[in-house]
Design a protein around this ligand. Structure first.
Ligand code: SF4
Length: 233
């Protein structure tokens, strides 16, 4: 990538009422009090972070694209970036500080709450990255794809994505295991790209009752928009 950007000063402002509601403990004062205590601790410790860079699409085939000389294999990605010439590979994380803090809990319930707090840290980092990208690159409307969220772009595609990112993830303490899992666990990697078409991975994902769903599943979308070429579904 070129123009690598590192965001390490992201305000960690937890939406405690929103989290209480999401965790369904807003009507339970004792739980709410315990949770607020945890949120207070996390707010003092948490340092969500993000890195991203600019990369150019060298070429495209039916089943993928070549970015900075590295092949990314996904029919859906290939179709989604058909009008783009540049992409923005990124990693965001809740940060090693919160990861260590989260591991200190032995109580199942507190672990679950700590997870929700860490996830919000990751989300704040993602919002900060999108805002920074927009400010610096005037990328306009963008969409995102993440290795591992669709069968079409499986988890092992983390390897080429990290190859494109180079040393950027390590700068914010994120590493990739041999089984393509990131540490800290509450990290998200992917590509953002300019697009005029609204796209969310969830539109192609049939998972039922997913708490993270951002768009309705559209069973006919793959056939309508992405079938063709020799791509695998
Ligand atoms: S529905 Fe859930 S699992 Fe599927 S892509 Fe969306 S967030 Fe991920």
């Amino acid at each position: 990538v070129i123009d690598g950007v590192q965001l390490t000063d992201i305000p960690f402002e937890l939406d405690v009422p929103g989290l209480l509601k999401k965790l369904r403990i807003d009507g339970r004062p004792e739980y709410a009090r315990r949770f607020s205590g945890l949120a207070g601790q996390a707010a003092g410790i948490g340092r969500p972070k993000a890195v991203y860079g600019l990369a150019y699409i060298d070429s495209a085939s039916d089943d993928g694209i070549v970015v900075d000389g590295v092949t990314l294999t996904s029919r859906v990605l290939r179709v989604n970036v058909k009008d783009a010439h540049r992409v923005f590979p990124f990693v965001v994380t809740c940060g090693t500080e919160l990861e260590i803090w989260g591991k200190s809990f032995t109580d199942m319930l507190e672990r679950f709450w700590a997870d929700a707090i860490m996830e919000q840290g990751t989300l704040l980092a993602l919002h900060a990255l999108t805002a920074d990208l927009d400010r610096r690159h005037r990328a306009g409307k963008t969409a995102m794809m993440n290795p591992g969220s669709l069968a079409d772009w499986p988890l092992d595609q983390q390897a080429p994505l990290f190859a494109i990112l180079g040393d950027l993830p390590a700068r914010i303490g994120v590493s990739l295991s041999d089984s393509f899992i990131m540490t800290p666990m509450k990290s998200v990697s992917g590509l953002r790209f300019p697009t005029e078409t609204q796209f969310e991975n969830c539109q192609l994902c049939p998972r039922e009752e997913c708490p993270g769903r951002r768009a309705a599943y559209d069973p006919g979308l793959y056939e309508r928009q992405y079938a063709g070429g020799s791509g695998q579904a």
